[in-house]
Design a protein around this ligand. Structure first.
Ligand code: HEC
Ligand code: HEC
Length: 244
């Protein structure tokens, strides 16, 4: 078996084992989380950490102009992991996001858990990216219907369906919700995984799961996937279908 076929089958095995976990892991625990402290940090900041809402939006739905992601309802354990990775410089963004390393360091472990807990308690709101506006501003925007095929079916022999992992949010907290994520942020992350500038993903057989997947995506695939996910309805592949 070639190395790449072996890797693909390991990824599929992981996806299958995840789907077999069923609902046992459904709830993200709120034990020991101070939601009120998280809300204060989000709205007002703390020490050297600027108010999160300034870039991520009042309702934490993200901002395409700034490349800032939606943070609401994407997953509590996932947000804690990212803040921990920023604080440890395991994930170093560029652009407006480069401030994240300093902000995460300014929060202690409890603060990070509290802000993640607050974000996960927010009522779910749909806030699709404005694809027409993005095109008018010179962004390369793909075709949602082509993105949907990759997300739901994958590409035979090349890519597992994204929904095999991301469709099970709420069951396995390692997988963030990626539907209703912002277009610009999605494009940036898929490019970053592809060129290894983001390398904090969990590994299978010593290869990063998302880095491996992104290396099989073309620029068109990325534009198509981001066009689909950033406008997909809540109950859709890649979405958080198990919560509330
Ligand atoms: C100056 C603007 C700005 C502020 C203020 C800000 N962020 Fe961010 N944040 C960003 C950007 C831009 C990114 C995307 C980084 C990238 O492209 O990798 C980001 C990424 C993140 C991520 C990663 C999300 C994911 O889906 O992986 C988390 C979590 C996060 N921010 C939390 C916070 C919290 C908590 C605060 C407040 C303490 C905060 N941010 C304040 C701009 C900001
Ligand atoms: C085998 C499981 C698996 C499959 C299949 C998978 N992913 Fe992921 N994905 C992950 C994991 C795990 C993470 C979290 C990485 C981390 O902890 O930083 C992730 C993270 C992401 C992120 C970052 C989200 C954020 O908020 O920053 C994006 C975007 C993403 N995946 C898109 C995709 C797309 C598009 C596909 C299909 C082409 C896909 N994934 C297929 C496991 C998977």
């Amino acid at each position: 078996m070639s190395k790449s076929k072996f890797m693909l089958s390991s990824l599929l095995m992981l996806a299958i084992s995840v789907s077999q976990l069923g609902t046992a892991n459904a709830a993200e625990s709120t034990v020991g989380i101070n939601v009120a402290n998280g809300e204060t940090i989000f709205n007002e900041g703390k020490g050297d950490a600027a108010a999160c809402q300034g870039c991520h939006g009042e309702k934490a739905l993200g901002n395409d102009d700034m490349g800032a992601p939606r943070l609401a309802n994407i997953g509590q354990a996932y947000v804690i992991k990212q803040l921990t990775d920023f604080a440890a410089d395991r994930r170093i963004p560029d652009g407006a996001g480069s401030a994240m390393n300093g902000f995460a360091k300014a929060l202690n472990e409890q603060d990070r858990r509290d802000v993640a807990g607050y974000l996960y308690t927010l009522d779910y709101q749909v806030d699709p990216s404005d694809l027409k506006g993005l095109v008018a501003n010179g962004n390369k925007v793909g075709k949602p219907e082509l993105g949907e095929v990759i997300v739901t079916q994958g590409v035979k022999g090349k890519l597992p369906p994204c929904q095999d992992c991301h469709g099970f949010n709420g069951r396995d907290p390692r997988f963030p919700a990626i539907n209703q994520q912002k277009f610009v942020y999605l494009v940036n992350q898929l490019n970053n995984w592809r060129n290894d500038s983001r390398a904090n993903d969990p590994t299978v057989e010593k290869v990063g799961i998302m880095r491996r997947i992104a290396k099989n995506l073309t620029d068109d695939d990325i534009a198509n996937i981001a066009a689909f996910l950033s406008t997909a309805p809540r109950v859709s592949p890649g979405g958080d279908t198990n919560k509330k």
